[in-house]
Design a protein around this ligand. Structure first.
Ligand SMILES: Cc1cc2nc3c(=O)[nH]c(=O)nc-3n(C[C@H](O)[C@H](O)[C@H](O)COP(=O)(O)OP(=O)(O)OC[C@H]3O[C@@H](n4cnc5c(N)ncnc54)[C@H](O)[C@@H]3O)c2cc1C
Length: 501
């Protein structure tokens, strides 16, 4: 029989796959011996429960097994076992990364941190220590009755770890910076399996890197010690308008970003535009939050008042409630295909903002036509980064994100899309890539580009850390090499904004 080169390659490929599969099964068996009852195999109920991710793309990935350590020591044991066997792995906190492989892995082991869900409050109420298995709703449900809060997420099911490690935009960012800026100390299992702390005083290099550098480059964080503060109910108002009013609303939102929020740092806001299929038109949604003592009923913080004078609001809802209620007020369902992309621009040009809306709508028209009745919702989200937030980001020696007050005021422009039909995957990804490139080109033409890409809103193909500036990138790579001299994490923990080490 003649063996063609093609058959030989296929045959060898099969052999490699079989060896890899066996190797991974023996790794799962070794884990099962070390973690009795806490390793889950496909088709078991526990595996199906662990393989619960926000996006369908992540849920469609299936690891050889999940391991769910019970404590820091268990995470260290898992790290040592996996790295000594050169076994590929990833780590799941809340599983809200949209893209496949962000926190799940096809040929490897997923470490599920679900059991590391401790929440401890220091006697002086200044520090809340969180395990990375917490979702934000677990945290607020403990803190609300105590009138305490931390700078954390705005959606209940999102995991504590991913949000903090990528940055973390919060209701409280105007007065306190992003979530990562409010970490007092990280407890981390580094590549060797050693457990170390990272704070401004202890291992300050690792402390700096973990605030935006991408957790998977440095280790598995097993505890976040966060600054906490006294907080009662939170005030919010949400207005929706027909899309035809976008120029008026963008002008007000721009003024809010440049002047309003810096003059009242307790204010927080974002604006989104999306196509509402049931109405057959675009909708503009403004979300306002205020962390100060809530104003009397039927009045509102002066900083948001100008929006109330815009006629023709479709809805106008004010809510004064504890943080948990607010987290539940923005239900963002599981079970859809998702892609997120973003870039940052200067907030100073209204023309740029309105041109971005035109580009967005032009991109959507053929996409919506191709959806053929299946649900497809493209969003355009402007998240304000006013000067007061950029200033707060400099505390504790500054984070790794490379954003300075002199860059601002900025807007993070993101274009998430939610859809059902897998046949649209390639089209949605490529049109999102092209739309972000168009926005970046347009901004660059008028020197209004910033280049920053927010990790937590990014597509897997965006070059996140490269946009933090050359010095920050080099420093991150050096720190990653220092804490993982053999490059084990770079090799074995793929899938999420890796540094070149
Ligand atoms: C519905 C929704 C609402 C959101 N709201 C906000 C918001 O208000 N503000 C905001 O800033 N962002 C928000 N985001 C974005 C969110 O911050 C990111 O998607 C974040 O990565 C999710 O964290 P996670 O723990 O759920 O994700 P995961 O997918 O579990 O983890 C994200 C990454 O971190 C790694 N990782 C997980 N745990 C650890 C650990 N302990 N140590 C080291 N690495 C670890 C994972 O391997 C993965 O690479 C939102 C996202 C969604 C889908």
């Amino acid at each position: 029989m003649r063996v063609s080169k093609f058959t030989l390659v296929l045959g060898l490929g099969g052999l490699v796959l079989t060896v890899e599969g066996t190797y991974q099964s023996s790794t799962c068996a070794a884990l099962a011996a070390a973690f009795p009852g806490d390793v889950f195999y496909p088709n078991s109920t526990a595996y199906i429960q662990a393989n619960d991710y926000w996006s369908v793309q992540q849920e469609d990935v299936h690891p050889h097994c999940f391991v769910a350590p019970r404590d820091t020591e268990g995470v260290s044991t898992a790290m040592k076992l996996l790295t000594s066997r050169n076994a590929s792995f990833t780590v799941k906190s809340g599983g809200h990364t949209p893209f496949a492989g962000g926190s799940n892995i096809a040929n490897g082991v997923t470490i599920d941190l679900v059991h590391l869900n401790g929440i401890n409050i220091s006697d002086d109420r200044q520090t809340v220590s969180l395990g990375p298995g917490n979702r934000w709703i677990n945290v607020t449900e403990v803190l609300d009755p105590l009138n305490l809060a931390v700078v954390g997420g705005r959606s209940g099911a999102v995991g504590a770890a991913g949000l903090i490690l990528g940055g973390g935009i919060s209701y409280f960012s105007g007065e306190r910076g992003w979530a990562c800026d409010n970490v007092r100390n990280f407890e981390v299992v580094v590549a060797s399996g050693e457990v170390v702390n990272a704070s401004p005083e202890v291992n300050p290099d690792l402390y700096w890197a973990l605030r935006g550098g991408g957790g998977s480059n440095f280790g598995i964080v097993t505890r976040f010690d966060l600054e906490s503060f006294e907080q009662g109910d939170l005030w919010s108002n949400e207005l929706t308008f027909p899309g035809a009013l976008n120029a008026t609303l963008l002008s007000l939102f721009q003024n809010l970003t440049i002047n309003g929020m810096p003059s009242d740092p307790a204010a927080h806001s974002y604006l989104s535009i999306y196509y509402e299929a049931s109405l057959g038109e675009y909708i503009v949604n403004t979300s306002f939050y205020h962390a100060g003592p809530p104003p009397p009923a039927a009045s509102m913080p002066a900083v948001f008042e100008p929006f109330q004078s815009v006629p023709d609001a479709i809805s106008n809802t004010t809510l004064v409630a504890n943080i948990s209620t607010h987290l539940g007020d923005v239900p963002i369902p599981y079970g859809f295909r998702q892609t997120w992309w973003n870039t940052a621009i200067s907030a100073t040009s209204l023309d740029l903002l309105t041109e971005i809306v035109s580009l967005f709508e032009a991109r959507n028209a053929p996409l919506l036509a191709a959806s053929n009745g299946s649900s497809t919702t493209p969003f355009l989200l402007f998240q304000a980064l006013p000067l007061n937030i950029l200033t707060q980001m400099q505390k504790n020696g500054g984070n790794a994100l490379g954003l300075k007050p002199s860059d601002g005021p900025l807007l993070v422009v993101s274009i998430p899309t939610t859809w059902e039909d897998p046949r649209l995957d390639a089209r949605i990804e490529s049109s999102s890539r092209e739309l972000i490139a168009q926005i970046e080109r347009l901004a660059k033409q008028s020197n209004l580009d910033n280049g920053y890409v927010y990790m937590n809103y990014a597509s897997s193909t965006q070059q996140v850390q490269k946009q933090y500036g050359e010095d920050n990138l080099r420093r991150l790579e050096e720190i990653a090499r220092k804490w993982d001299p053999q490059g084990k994490l770079a090799r074995l923990w793929p899938g999420y904004f890796k540094l070149d080490v």
